[in-house]
Write a protein that binds this ligand. Structure first.
Ligand code: PGA
Length: 254
């Protein structure tokens, strides 16, 4: 059965710069979310700050990492394994974020990372999304290829543990050209479900969580959650601001 909890994920990216700031954000978020319902909150800080989550004892906040490497151990300078992340209580891992894809990470590597994450019994948050929309729908083929190649060799049982985050690049970050509409999310969600149904089956397509990311803020969060029927949100900039992040959480928790 589909888990109906909404998933609100914070992607802190390469922020903030000090332990003190991390503690402030964790503490302020934790203080404001004592009674939330039907909502899972995942915070993905940079690797060096993962250990700080242990200081806050809030059962609603789960820990995520922003990346992982696909090998178990060995001579891979600069990389981090699932076992290492496991030590810190990491449960979710962002994979294939557009900011990593833009550094050269392709679908094949992303697929390996997803498989490694699933084997480690952690949840991959598989990020997909087009650079721009065209009127001929070429962007749909791009999304389709990301999904098919990213999910290569992943079984029906495994795929249910993957969260798909649709993040159109044109709507992400300070350089976003505009915000996405709930209709654009709905259309893409239907398309993603169709691809999953073709690869697996309709039941699987209905069970898999599809969340939205790209300039999510307290004003548009409701649109994606209610009108767009998103299973959750991936929040960048506004997740660093406890007040804004908590108001997004409260909208999901209603
Ligand atoms: P943004 O980032 O909310 O700052 O647009 C979202 C993301 O890149 O995950």
């Amino acid at each position: 059965m589909k888990d109906i909890n909404k998933l609100i994920i914070a992607n802190w990216k390469m922020n903030p710069q000090s332990i003190k700031e991390v503690e402030t954000i964790f503490t302020n978020v934790s203080k404001s979310i004592k009674n939330i319902k039907n909502t899972d909150i995942v915070i993905c800080p940079p690797f060096p700050f993962l250990f700080l989550k242990a200081k806050i004892k809030n059962k609603f906040i789960k820990l995520g990492s922003q990346d992982v490497f696909y090998e178990k151990d060995g001579s891979y300078t600069g990389e981090v394994s699932t076992s290492m992340l496991n030590n810190f209580g990491v449960e979710y891992i962002l994979i294939g974020h557009s900011e990593r894809r833009s550094q050269g990470e392709g679908n094949e590597i992303i697929n390996k990372k997803i498989i490694t994450t699933l084997k480690a019994k952690m949840f991959p948050i598989f990020c997909i999304g087009e650079k721009e929309r065209d009127n001929n729908g070429f962007y749909l083929s791009f999304i389709k290829q990301q999904i098919i190649e990213g999910l290569s060799n992943i079984t029906k049982i495994q795929v249910k543990n993957i969260v798909i985050a649709y993040e159109p690049i044109w709507a992400i970050g300070a350089n976003a050209t505009r915000e996405a509409t709930s209709l654009e999310f709905i259309e893409t969600r239907i398309y993603i479900k169709k691809i999953i149904a073709d690869l697996y089956d309709i039941k699987t397509a209905n069970e898999i969580k599809i969340i939205y990311g790209g300039s999510v803020n307290p004003l548009n969060a409701r649109i994606f959650l209610e009108e767009g029927n998103a299973d959750g949100l991936l929040v960048g900039r506004d997740s660093l601001n406890p007040k804004k992040f908590c108001s997004i959480i409260n909208l999901a928790s209603k």
